[in-house]
Ligand binder design. Structure first.
Ligand SMILES: [Zn+2]
Length: 233
């Protein structure tokens, strides 16, 4: 595990804390889901997968014998592999740090929109959109760059919007022990749009509430107003 002495551990661009208050990695803050588990696909498997993809793309009509397409099966697999890197975890994900301010319980922090690209588990086609995260700090606040990492950790998988939002909300709640967590996701699903099942550019919106937000409708409304006003500028 990296420590604060490394100098490159924590990226606070866009975060809430200015440079001098640079947070320090505390081993006690490390939680299980920060552990990384790289996926290893051995060369023989990779080659076999390429032949499968070539066969499928060829059968569907692609001419695989052109300069532009010869490497397509390989590139396709690599792109899919990268798009699902969330399964590996993110060791730089989260370093929570003390909340220096002494605000009231209902002073929420709202961050977003954080763009994301995910693959729907039903079709393995992309859904993409923006995430807005809100929380009411207890003792810790967290920078935008870490929240972005959190969103991408759960987006870069085969998933559904519902599950992705729930995972983000639960992770944020576990990590920061805030009074409440709110997650707003809006996304366009290519699996329906590309095939003309639904109107183009239709968006699916999902919200998730934890803690104080579950009980307080005003707080939810305020969060949604903040999220929506930044969405539809
Ligand atoms: Zn789908």
């Amino acid at each position: 595990m990296a420590n604060a002495g490394d100098g490159d551990v924590i990226d606070i661009r866009g975060g809430l804390i200015a440079g001098p208050l640079r947070p320090v990695t505390d081993p006690e803050e490390t939680t299980e889901w920060e552990q990384v588990s790289p996926r290893h696909i051995d060369a023989a498997d990779w080659e076999r997968f390429e032949t499968y993809v070539s066969e499928i793309f060829g059968a569907f009509g692609m001419d695989l014998d052109t300069p532009g397409t010869r490497e397509t099966p390989n590139r396709f697999l690599k792109a899919m592999f990268d798009a699902t890197s969330g399964y590996e975890g993110d060791e730089k994900l989260l370093t929570a740090f003390p909340n220096e301010s002494d605000e009231s319980e209902y002073n929420q922090v709202v961050e977003g929109g954080i763009s994301f690209y995910a693959l729907c588990e039903h079709h393995a086609l992309p859904f993409h959109g923006s995430a807005y995260l809100g929380y009411i700090p207890n003792e810790r606040i967290i920078g935008l760059s870490k929240l972005t990492r959190l969103v991408r950790l759960f987006a870069r998988r085969f998933t559904v919007q519902e599950w992705m939002g729930r995972s983000i909300a639960d992770a944020l709640f576990d990590l920061m022990e805030p009074h409440g967590v709110a997650v707003y996701l809006e996304a366009e699903h290519l699996c329906t749009q590309m095939r003309g099942v639904r109107e183009e550019h239709s968006r699916t919106v999902t919200t998730f509430w934890r803690g104080t937000y579950e009980e307080n409708a005003d707080l939810r409304r305020e969060f949604l107003d903040l999220a929506r006003s930044s969405t539809h500028k």
